[in-house]
Unconditional design. Sequence first.
Length: 359
Amino acid sequence: MILLYMLACASNTEKIDTAVEEHEDTASTNTNPGTDTGVSESGNDTGNTTQPSSDPVESSYLDEDCLDGQYSESLPIPNADIQPYINTYDPNNHIGFIYDVLEARYPIGAYILDGGLTSEGPFSGNCVDLFLHNKSTPSAVIDSMTTLVHECGHFFDINTGGWGESVYIITDELMFTCQDGSIEEYGGKTFARSMINNDEFAELHPPCAHFTDQGCDSYAAIYLNGDPNNSDFESGDQGFDSLHEETVQYVNSIATAYALEDQYSYSSSQRDGILTFLWYTMRYLRMARLEHPQAYSLISENSCWREAILTVWGRAWLYLELSKNSSTLGINDDFLETLVNDPILLEEIQRLRDLQGCP
């Protein structure tokens, strides 16, 4: 399913467009069993285990001696009992239900969602009700939780930032506030993300003309669309700040899905989304280094941007490793990983490690 919602605001010296922030392709119809409904109450005793803290994961995509390979966080608890909340679900208390489920399974997600709901700034409105299109059953709400955490994460980040700032809230203990990441036309130092459509890697997975097309990069039709040289503001006109913002939120999507995988009876593109944005990030870095020295200097030499990229790279692979044996969290993820696993592109991450001073 594809959820399309357009929001635009003048923030971070740039219009921010959250078009189609959650891109889920389902391989089969959702057939989650129906559940009894009732009044959802906070504080039900679910017998949850203590939330574990992850050790840094081992992956060929990570450097254990650098920021990315050393990243860890408190993990979701996929076996936490949420049945009491499901059994007492009340559509009139859907937000309370969402909090309960996330607090039980993915507390970081609960923190992100709460920040999106309660923060004040250019993104106004209820980030849950804006993107929750079916609250009739608990299974319908659970199916939307990857979208809700993703979208509320955008609200939280953008509302927390100031003029010219890009804020990336990773967990309740970690955030980055970086400067000048928007395109030059809005006072920043980077270039339109759609320009990577013109690199030598695009033909390996050509952009779709429409996001409903098959056999092509449907994410590009959403996030890399438009012409940066025309007078129309389009999603692809945004700079590196927004590209990284999407990457941050697609990690939240896969983390939420990992926490709730036992509730799914269909396949979705959670792994596809974050792999696609890792691929975009490396391509953007390469184009910046070869063709846009001002942008590359900012992204690579500024410690905030460099550490934000390496941190999110590490966090992404934490959840990609945790979900690598999943049968429901990816559709075309094996192919997308071959695109990411390109030595030429991976060298761009290594260059950041070298600049970080990693041994």
